[in-house]
Ligand binder design. Structure first.
Ligand SMILES: [Zn+2]
Length: 486
């Protein structure tokens, strides 16, 4: 009897210690958001809106087939910039690479410091044939109505180009002088990979031995209801982008007549390989930028969530299980498997001699192409299936501990006082990856507060931006230049 009581006492004591320690951990969780220093940037709003509206009217469309580019529109767009931003063109040096990629250099007073770079692109994706009629305002009209600016490029990414230039024009006229050199770089073929634009800008600057402390490109936005359990809008700054790779699985062998098939056909074997991959999946692991995101948002959540994340060591398996339930959060913590093409057979009564499947993988930072290939081979356990893989690994992961990330966070908070600004892993690629080789850090952030519906309009129908958002974006760009004066 006594022994039993002692046993329960010990258990009770341990539980109590566990509760005290874990609750204590949760109480130590502190917000990682800097206090806002509300912006004093004042923009001539009417003029700025007119500029964005005009910018939309140039059909600077990127096509996969480069021969379809209408470069007269690109030339006109560059002239429009020169006319609209006299202050920028007086104070900054403009250099054109490959005729249409633009580098503006704003000389700073302290050459001992590394420069910073702001980048964006002025090409836009085409409007799909047959969808023009679905637009409330024609896609290249630049219509301004009820506080909104309409058209292709209002979000992706003429808002970046015009936003940055408006900010610099304001700062120049305000007498602001940067300490570091500030480079403003605009690509013209981002939507098809950026090989002639951003990549050539990077090659040019690399030859000159230029290294940035950070380059800021488009990327995550400030989105309401982005993270369940966080009341404030959350702005996500991409600190890395996932790799994108294509794996081909193929099998060749005798076909034959469909009247007497073997137990295992080529189609069956590829199908079974894919089924095994989908059943197995890469292991979810809360690490890197995905983990950083939760470190930044957890302090803004309820006590329960703070408790869970403060004691991640104990709760990690549960957190991972929850994140794996939804595709969007699962993609944050594992390399993904998406079979996109399956090809085999031509005739209903002949067994195909060859079957192939294409799988698109988005790679976590740290997962190499070689590891993905090995994972596929080990999982499908079929030596007759040949596996090849091509593509790119994830970009490097930029720091969140230096002044660079903190400045972006501060600038965003100065404009969007109540938003939580957190690091993030991007699933899609942009020009930013090109800058990795000449910049210590690359960040991906579009300073607008939008809904997930707006995000869907980026390459789709009825792309538009509110005037307020556009003005806030300009203020953010002015703030980040000011914040970098250190
Ligand atoms: Zn873009």
């Amino acid at each position: 009897m006594k022994k039993r009581r002692l046993f329960f006492r010990i258990i009770g004591g341990l539980v109590l210690i566990f509760i005290i320690v874990t609750v204590f951990n949760a109480l130590l969780v502190k917000s990682k958001q800097p206090s806002p220093k509300p912006t004093d940037v004042v923009i001539d709003e009417g003029k700025a809106v007119e500029h964005l509206s005009q910018a939309i009217t140039f059909k600077t469309v990127s096509y996969q087939d480069r021969s379809k580019f209408d470069f007269t529109e690109f030339t006109k767009f560059i002239s429009f910039l020169e006319e609209s931003y006299p202050g920028v063109h007086d104070h900054l040096e403009l250099e054109k690479i490959n005729e249409y990629a633009l580098i503006y250099k704003w000389k700073g007073s302290d050459s001992s410091k590394n420069p910073i770079g702001l980048t964006s692109h002025y090409d836009v994706v085409p409007v799909l044939d047959g969808t023009e009629g679905n637009w409330e305002h024609t896609p290249f009209s630049g219509t301004v109505e009820n506080g909104k600016i309409w058209g292709r490029g209002t979000l992706d990414d003429k808002i970046g180009v015009i936003g940055i230039l408006e900010a610099v024009e304001f700062l120049v006229n305000d007498g602001f002088k940067p300490a570091r050199d500030v480079y403003i770089m605009f690509g013209f073929d981002e939507e098809i990979g950026g090989d002639k634009g951003a990549l050539e800008i990077v090659n040019t600057l690399k030859e000159r031995g230029i290294t940035f402390d950070f380059v800021l490109d488009e990327g995550g936005a400030i989105v309401e209801n982005m993270v369940p359990g966080v009341d404030q809008p959350v702005g996500v700054v991409g600190i890395s982008e996932k790799g994108s790779a294509t794996a081909e699985l193929s099998i060749e062998g005798s076909g034959g007549h469909s009247s007497q098939p073997k137990n295992q056909t080529n189609i069956g074997r590829i199908a079974s390989a894919i089924a095994k991959l989908e059943d197995t999946q890469f292991t979810g692991d809360l690490r890197g930028p995905g983990e950083d995101l939760f470190e930044y948002v957890a302090p803004e959540m309820s006590f329960t969530m703070k408790y869970v994340f403060a004691n991640k060591i104990i709760f990690e398996p549960i957190i991972e299980q929850i994140l794996l339930q939804q595709p969007a959060t699962a993609a944050l913590i594992r390399t993904t498997i998406a079979p996109t093409i399956f090809q085999a057979g031509e005739q209903y009564n002949a067994l195909p001699e060859k079957a192939t499947a294409i799988i698109n993988h988005r790679l976590m930072p740290g997962d190499s192409l070689e590891e993905v290939k090995t994972f596929i081979e080990d999982t499908i356990e079929d030596d007759d299936i040949k596996v090849t893989i091509t593509g790119s690994e994830a970009s490097k992961v930029s720091s969140i501990n230096g002044w660079e990330f903190k400045s972006i966070q501060q600038a965003a908070r100065n404009v969007y006082n109540n938003a939580v600004i957190a690091p993030y892993l991007m699933f899609a690629g942009s020009d930013a990856k090109h800058y990795d080789s000449i910049s210590k850090n690359t960040y991906r952030f579009l300073p607008v507060q939008i809904t997930s519906e707006d995000l869907n309009r980026m390459h789709g129908t009825n792309e538009h931006i509110s005037k307020d958002n556009f003005i806030q974006a300009i203020k953010f760009y002015a703030e980040i230049i000011k914040e970098s004066n250190q």
